[in-house]
Design a protein around this ligand. Structure first.
Ligand SMILES: *Cc1c(COP(=O)(O)O)cnc(C)c1O
Length: 445
């Protein structure tokens, strides 16, 4: 079939393709390396991100990644899960302890996937669900164009107290009694203050609804016992991401208490085979490691995250920056919401800060109508805290932000000082570190 010439061309094309592919692979790796170097030199302050511990990261590139496990430990559909089962049982045990919960499922592979599992377990298309509105800081998964819409639900929104960045309690009591939603969902992506769920107890009971708390942002603060304790305040089921204030892998979790057998079965079925097949075993192992570490360091970490957010908020406020809710101490979480309407708007300010290697996101504030050109930015202290930063550093961070946002200094100049500060904070804290406790067990066996 191949004449001499054909063979020659075929061979050349092959060589060319291989070279091309190889160049692509190397180029991609190089981009990732450049990204990593960039973030080492930056102040990452996106409120939904965090850093994993070295030991948890090691799990992510283990052989667990290459395997499948379907179903629950001890009842798998595949062989080869002896160690996977042991690790998952430990993960469940640690989660039950940390959250003081009877029901845990660690199979949803992200917060959104956990939310979809809850929606499928607790609702039918056409049901009414009460949620905060996007403009109040809610997440897209509860928006009509997100998972709530996908499930065909009819969302109604809580009356909001914009000044206090929280529910209007009295109006919400009336609203719940009137609307009688099938599910009352709480939780935000700009989560400054605990949700007053206890205060709504009677109204929630009168409405006869299931109470669902989306803890994606604040899971680490809850696990560190520093924010609120939803399961003791009337919440039936918590969903969450395990990579925001909880400094684990990109993954999801479901946690509940006193659920009926029927609801538990529905949640399990929704988690698998509903929204997952295999549940990213490497991430599950990394989650287990993070939980073991969090048992030791979690309270200290969560407490420092919040202290830092408050310190950063007041430092910025004293420099004349319009941090939301000064009358409430700015925040009780890792997050700050800031109006930069007088400094060019959220989109421009976020871009300028990025040029100075301070990474934040633009964010809608109450009254905004455009998500593309909002008046605010959102900052989180969870990652800088994870690197060991405290109050003194928060004041320095505030000054760097001030120079870009208010003084309009050249970001390229500020960038150098960002690196000067960041240079001293290269190691993940509040975890077991290589050469220290982490490997002692391994050395013993
Ligand atoms: C981030 C977030 C989620 C979803 O998170 P992923 O893990 O990225 O899917 C869900 N709900 C809220 C409130 C969030 O902020």
């Amino acid at each position: 079939m191949f004449g001499k010439t054909n063979m020659f061309y075929y061979g050349l094309a092959y060589v060319k393709t291989v070279t091309f592919m190889k160049e692509d692979a190397c180029w991609i790796r190089d981009q990732v390396k450049q990204h990593t170097r960039w973030f080492e030199q930056s102040l990452p302050m996106i409120a939904s991100e965090n850093l994993m511990s070295p030991l948890a990261k090691e799990m992510m590139i283990s052989d667990f990644h290459d395997r499948y496990a379907e179903g629950m430990p001890g009842k798998r559909y595949y062989q080869g899960n002896i160690y996977v089962d042991k690790v998952e049982l430990k993960c469940l045990e640690l989660a039950r302890k940390i959250f003081d919960a009877g029901f845990v499922d660690v199979r949803p592979i992200s917060g959104t996937v956990a939310n979809i599992a809850v929606l499928f377990a607790l609702t039918e298309p056409g049901d009414k669900i009460a949620t905060p509105e996007l403009a109040s800081g809610a997440h897209i998964s509860t928006a009509p164009f997100g998972a709530v819409g996908l499930r065909g639900l009819n969302p109604v929104h809580y009356p909001w107290d914009y000044k206090n960045w929280n529910l209007d309690i009295d109006a919400t009591r009336k609203f719940l009694r009137k609307e009688k939603p099938k599910v009352a969902q709480f939780g935000l992506s700009v989560f400054l203050f605990p949700t007053p769920i206890k205060e709504l107890e009677d109204a929630l009971q009168d409405a006869g609804c299931m109470v669902w708390y989306d803890a994606a942002h604040v899971l680490g603060l809850i696990a560190g016992k520093k924010f609120q304790d939803p399961l003791r305040e009337g919440v039936d089921i918590i969903s969450g991401s395990t990579h925001k204030t909880f400094p684990g892998p990109n993954h999801g979790i479901l946690v509940g208490n006193d659920l009926s057998d029927e609801v538990e079965a529905k949640l399990r079925k929704a988690a698998f085979p509903g929204v997952t097949s295999s549940h990213h075993l490497h991430a599950m192992a990394a989650l287990a490691v993070t939980m073991a570490e969090y048992e030791i360091y979690g309270k200290k970490y969560a407490s420092q995250v919040i202290k830092n957010a408050k310190a950063l908020g007041s430092a910025l406020y004293e420099m004349g920056i319009d941090v939301m809710c000064p009358h409430l101490g700015f925040t009780e979480s890792h997050t700050l919401a800031i109006s930069v309407a007088n400094h060019g708007g959220g989109a421009q300010v976020a871009q300028d800060l990025e040029r100075a290697n301070i990474i934040v996101n633009k964010n809608m504030l109450p009254g905004d109508t455009s998500s593309v050109k909002p008046s605010g930015i959102r900052l989180g202290t969870q990652e800088l805290t994870r690197l060991g930063m405290e109050k003194g550093e928060m004041e320095e961070v505030a000054r760097l932000i001030y120079r870009v946002v208010v003084k309009k200094e050249d970001p390229e100049v500020v960038k150098k000082d960002v690196w000067e500060l960041k240079k001293e904070f290269t190691k993940v804290r509040y975890c077991l570190n290589e050469g220290e406790e982490a490997y002692q067990y391994h050395e013993l066996v």
